[in-house]
Design a binder for this molecule. Structure first.
Ligand code: DC
Length: 231
């Protein structure tokens, strides 16, 4: 086994995937690619253009036509990357509660997934990448050499999202956040196309029992074991 060139991290909303993914990518000198931002970008633009979220054909057309760019962060304001939709910087807009509330139905549309999955796969196959999402190990890059699946209780994930919003100076209601997370889990794991589930060959990590440093250490130990086995 050699050092993994394609690493996938999947798991439910707010399970710590982005923190793990960005830190791991930085440690390895790999590209960090959070695929959730693409579904969020389509959702934000749909809301802005007042396209009805239940109009599957219109949303799928938007996903096909929209140019979504994910780049290295241009501002040191806490963002992990720049997200551009048709050239417009929407890095923070995609984190708004109205996007949280509408992104699950958008990401359940087969036409939306087909457009975005194809773009993600092209980027992933270049290698030296840590790709984060829901279906990366199962659908987007099933040939990945290291697959992580993060799990955590809905309560712990709601608490994390709540403190994250407060730390950005935004209003937050814990109960409401918990309800949105539970509803998104339900839609994400029961949808027909690419439901949220661990790949058979994924390593499942429970982040309730571990803090962010411990999760990172466990994955780095795994990467090192793969590297040593090759030497
Ligand atoms: O990880 P996140 O919360 O930013 O994801 C936003 C939404 O996009 C979430 O409802 C699940 C969906 N998503 C998906 O279906 N497949 C992915 N690969 C990434 C995200």
């Amino acid at each position: 086994m050699s050092i993994p060139h394609i690493i996938t991290i999947d798991g439910p909303a707010a399970s710590g995937k982005s923190t793990l993914g960005s830190r791991l990518a930085q440690a390895l000198g790999y590209l960090y690619f959070d695929t959730g931002v693409m579904y969020r970008a389509v959702t934000w633009v749909a809301l802005e253009r007042q396209i009805d979220i239940v109009d599957e054909a219109a949303i799928a057309r938007l996903a096909e036509q929209l140019t979504i760019d994910v780049r290295e962060p241009s501002h040191p304001d806490g963002r992990a990357c720049d997200v551009l939709a048709d050239g417009q910087d929407i890095s923070w807009e995609i984190r708004r509660p109205e996007v949280d509330a509408n992104v699950s139905p958008v990401s359940a549309y087969a036409g939306v997934r087909a457009s975005l999955t194809a773009q993600q796969r092209r980027i992933g196959l270049r290698g030296k990448v840590v790709m984060v999402g829901r279906d990366i190990g199962t659908v987007v890059l099933p040939e990945a050499d290291l697959k992580i699946f993060l799990v955590a209780s809905a309560q712990e994930r709601a608490r994390l999202r709540y403190t994250e919003l407060l730390s950005r100076g935004e209003a937050a209601d814990y109960e409401q956040i918990l309800q949105v997370i539970l509803r998104r889990d339900q839609i994400d794991s029961t949808r027909e196309v690419a439901p949220l589930r661990a790949a058979a060959d994924a390593m499942v990590l429970d982040s309730d029992a571990l803090d962010a440093d411990q999760v990172l250490q466990k994955v780095q130990a795994l990467v090192n074991r793969m590297r040593e086995a090759d030497e």
